[in-house]
Ligand binder design. Structure first.
Ligand code: SF4
Ligand code: SF4
Length: 142
């Protein structure tokens, strides 16, 4: 399941979309993933985050892939080019709690913006991380 991020409260007006010149909520895609629980799960995440503009985060709702890619319908002036036909997820997205207030990174429990960041986390989490490929049984029993 995908989602748009709702991360913090705001004291700004209802018109804050008008002053959100970057239209931050139109510049990414999320995809929920299973909670990684094994070395192999994290090894797979390392492959995914090795791709350009792919990040990973975890918040109170779970783990997500984050694709930093702007919507093709976003117009140069920040408006939606298909406003009347925009998808439900866009219609449901509230600006009460949104990326304008706190970035996805700041609103996450865990955020990995690079291969190196995730690899560092894996080394801390698993003692034998760097030797995982040498284990004969690793593929079956990780
Ligand atoms: S919902 Fe939030 S992030 Fe999206 S355009 Fe409005 S203020 Fe910006
Ligand atoms: S369809 Fe419109 S509202 Fe939805 S992400 Fe694209 S530009 Fe933004």
């Amino acid at each position: 399941m995908a989602k748009k991020i709702a991360v913090s409260d705001t004291t700004l007006s209802d018109n804050k979309c008008d002053i959100c010149y970057e239209s931050k909520c139109c510049r990414y895609v999320t995809q929920n993933i299973d909670k990684p629980t094994s070395m192999r799960d994290f090894d797979l995440l390392l492959w995914q985050i090795s791709h350009k503009n792919v990040h990973i985060f975890k918040d109170s709702e779970g783990w997500y892939l984050l694709f930093l890619s702007e919507c093709l319908h976003l117009l140069d002036d920040g408006r939606c080019g298909i406003y009347e036909k925009r998808p439900l997820i866009c219609r449901d997205h509230s600006n009460d709690y949104c990326e304008f207030d706190v970035s996805i990174e700041e609103g996450s429990d865990l955020y990995f913006g690079s291969y190196e960041a995730l690899d560092k986390y894996c080394r801390k989490r698993y003692k034998g991380w760097d030797k995982r490929f040498k284990k004969k049984s690793w593929q079956q029993n990780a």
